[in-house]
Ligand binder design. Structure first.
Ligand SMILES: Cc1cc2nc3c(=O)[nH]c(=O)nc-3n(C[C@H](O)[C@H](O)[C@H](O)COP(=O)(O)OP(=O)(O)OC[C@H]3O[C@@H](n4cnc5c(N)ncnc54)[C@H](O)[C@@H]3O)c2cc1C
Length: 459
């Protein structure tokens, strides 16, 4: 027990409330039910948001097919046996078994950070967008990893259509209707394909916009897109997108996007007000503020049992961890950063922590990658799963069926299914609620003193 005391419960600290954090805590609360009830163990989850985001549904949330509330899972409801702390771990001194964190309360009270001692550490802060030093990107780019970004982008696209429809300036109209996505992995391709589909439909409600007026550009540095579904299905996806007039540029990079002009490595200059950056991920920055071993890419070095290498009482999985792939034919390969591994690793990780607390042997994580499914808009998709290749409607249906089976909790499955069913019966949602981002704007205007026009009060 911590600091040699026997009265305190052993504290398991889980950093992050995403795939790994939520599933690990969920399984731990089941595995250690007796210990939790006896007060011998406590599980503390530190997370910046009180919900887990089901990221594969973000493109559909951006398209308006799923409402943002149903893309997230409320942690307090699911993890009723755990303590949820809304905050961020700033650093970890594992030698002292202490994490330093800032919470909403420390921010309000102005007390800075607080120290939280622990006995076992699960470190699962995932990844952040991997940006490159592209001039203008920090000012004009947007990522696609959070529900806020997905909904913000949906509102932004519809707002650009409103601007284009109401301006008399052709240059402004062209820039508003040009959408540049950088990165051809599933996040970028699905986000672009779903938003293009949504915008194409929405255009029919504008008197002076046609779908052909909108310009969608996908910029990819390598010679293929969607590597997750294999080369053949990736080529199909390119044909599908190009068939919809989407400008797919392979072996091309974004060089700069200053002054709202995207300059590509092939010399093209695209005036645009939208640059979506989905060119890969890098491990969460907090890992650099720990005394745990990291690999050259900044991920925590882990064993196949999901313990941090060479350190006792520290565990990791998901995008933040370099976990050996014991199923790979070539030695030295590691598991790719995806949800498929994250969910399964979390299960083994929780079981291994419970086993280690009970002095039992640990298991190895072994999962052969099953392939992937991707949506290319309503009724369009591509899949390569267990050696089977599907495209078009069957792939899209498989994508929906797979993710419906995977989204956590029965509650969320039922709500998502209800939304899909209703959207099959009614017309698509084309509304943008951009003003939700500034809820006080209307009141501030009403409460502001009236403008002084120099009028003298009449006596
Ligand atoms: C748009 C999109 C679509 C995707 N689609 C697929 C798909 O179809 N199939 C698939 O297999 N994978 C998909 N992925 C990838 C998948 O979502 C990730 O691999 C998975 O989320 C990794 O899980 P994780 O627990 O490591 O990280 P996350 O799920 O990202 O969780 C990390 C958590 O840690 C929190 N955190 C970060 N820093 C701190 C800190 N300092 N202190 C406390 N908490 C912190 C974060 O806020 C977050 O809640 C997609 C990703 C995106 C962005």
């Amino acid at each position: 027990m911590r600091h040699g005391t026997v009265t305190e419960p052993a504290r398991i600290l889980v950093v992050g409330g995403g795939y790994v954090g939520m599933y690990t805590a969920l399984r731990l609360q089941r595995q250690l039910r007796a210990e939790l009830r006896a007060g011998a163990v406590e599980i503390v989850v530190v997370t910046p948001e009180p919900y887990m985001t089901y990221q594969p549904f973000l493109p559909e949330a951006a398209a308006g097919s799923i409402s943002p509330r149903h893309v997230v899972v409320p942690l307090r409801r699911v993890l009723h046996g755990c303590r949820i702390l809304i905050g961020e771990v700033r650093s970890v001194d594992h030698a002292k078994r202490t994490a330093t964190l800032s919470t909403l309360a420390t921010a309000e009270e102005g007390t800075g950070a607080v120290d939280l001692p622990y006995d076992e550490l699960v470190i699962a802060p995932g990844s952040v967008s991997r940006t490159l030093p592209v001039p203008g990107l920090p000012d004009h780019g947007i990522g696609f990893k959070t529900v806020e970004e997905a909904i913000g982008l949906r509102n932004h696209v519809i707002e650009q259509m409103d601007i284009a429809s109401s301006t008399r300036d052709p240059a402004l109209r062209d820039a508003a209707l040009t959408f540049v996505f950088v990165g051809g992995g599933y996040a970028g391709v699905e986000a672009l394909a779903e938003l293009e589909d949504m915008a194409r439909y929405t255009a029919r409600y504008y008197h002076n916009l046609k779908p052909e007026d909108l310009r969608w550009v996908l910029v990819e540095a390598s010679d293929r897109i969607l590597p997750e579904v294999g080369a053949e299905m990736g080529r199909y996806a390119i044909r599908e997108l190009r068939g919809r007039n989407i400008d797919v540029r392979l072996e091309t990079r974004l060089e700069s996007c200053e002054d709202r002009i995207a300059v590509l490595s092939d010399g093209t200059r695209l005036p645009t007000r939208t640059v979506v950056w989905t060119a890969g991920v890098r491990p969460a920055p907090v890992l650099a503020a720990t005394d745990l071993p990291r690999d050259e890419r900044g991920r925590l070095r882990c064993t196949a049992q999901l313990a941090v290498e060479g350190v006792a009482h520290a565990w990791a999985a998901g995008d933040a961890a370099a976990v050996p792939d014991v199923t790979a034919e070539e030695p030295g390969r590691e598991c790719a950063p995806n949800a498929q591994h994250a969910v399964r690793q979390a299960k083994v990780l929780a079981e291994n922590i419970a086993a280690s607390l009970r002095g039992q042997p640990l298991k190895e994580y072994a999962h052969a990658y099953a392939g992937s499914v991707a949506s290319l808009g309503l009724h369009k998709g591509v899949a390569h799963v267990y050696g089977r290749k599907l495209k078009g409607y069957p792939a899209w249906f498989m994508h929906r069926a797979y993710h419906l089976s995977r989204v956590p909790t029965f509650n969320r499955k039922a709500r998502v299914l209800a939304e899909w069913t209703l959207s099959g019966l009614f017309k698509r949602e084309i509304v943008s609620l951009g003003s939700l981002e500034h809820p006080r704007a209307e009141f501030e205007l009403a409460a502001a003193p009236p403008p002084d026009h120099g009028d003298k009060p009449s006596s």
